[in-house]
Design a protein around this ligand. Sequence first.
Ligand code: ZN
Ligand code: ZN
Length: 371
Amino acid sequence: MKITAAVVREKGTPFVLEEAELDQPQPQEVLVRIVATGICHTDMVIRNQQMAAPLPMVLGHEGAGVVEAIGHEVTEVAVGDHVVLTFGYCGKCDSCREGFPTYCEHMLEHNFAGSRPDGSHRIHQHATPDLHDSFFSQSSFATYAVAHENNTIKVPKDVPLELLGPLGCGIQTGAGAVLNSLNVPAGSSIAIFGTGAVGLAAVMAAGVAEATTIIAIDINDARLALAKELGATHTINSKTGNVVEEIQKITGKGTHFAFDTTGRPEIIRTAVQGLRTHGVCGMVGVTAPDKEITFGPNDIMVAGRTLKGILQGDSVPSIFIPRLIALYKKGQFPFDKLVKFYEFDQINEAAEDSEKGITIKPILRIGKVGA
Ligand SMILES: [Zn+2]
Ligand SMILES: [Zn+2]
């Protein structure tokens, strides 16, 4: 079938809306009419080739839409269901079977190869035989996408579908880090470094978990003000003070938990140094492979601290995304406050606003909920 897709042709170049052909779903796949899709930092990382993935490619990995057709082996969703698309995984490796699909041993093939894991393509274009697709097993910067049923999550129809795509990546990453990976208990303290979509989702989740000291750290005062509105009890502008000292002043002993969303080695070190004895720091930021974090061994060992890598908030999406929607409906997780909507043909403006920090979470409107 004919679709319109946003193609990135070369490193760092704008998205171009082009016509292409999309395959019908294979037996375990789902055809989704995309209603809206978030833009996430990882889309920019690939566009700018800070992480390897083949171009030209159709990116987009926070799709939300309506199921139009299903392969004959699909049991998870039916035609007409509202769905959120999330990361792909195999479902069969040790990590998947242990309940950690975010560490699927075949993560790269399912999300970054630019094709299905078997090397075949879902999207085709006569003029571009080497066009790549299946980004996060979806490539949702398009009017329609084919996903695997594994990464197609049914969501309720009484919430605005156009809002839900970011639950499939950025929002579940921040919220899941707090609620799943760090498992922050009521009455504890957490320092959250970076107040983009992931960090602010973590702030809200820390409120859900009833952490009683929630410190948001950034260099952007407007973001810090929003962090307070969303539940931060304290904020630190890291331009104007020594962050470890400020954390000590607020907590006395340091925080029980820290969460880094920046991926910057010096900030991760600060996050660890701001922990109290036996504290745990989670990290999710994408970092260039040649960067190194330096610690004194005693920063970790003597204080009994833990530094933990986290992907996608350790979430099992079919369980965690509906939980976040339930919290949103109760008013406890107002992630809509992070969102600004753009039309599909404003994709370059949306991406630029996101990179400049003008917009926290851009969402592209691509189709209507009712056909
Ligand atoms: Zn993402
Ligand atoms: Zn797996």
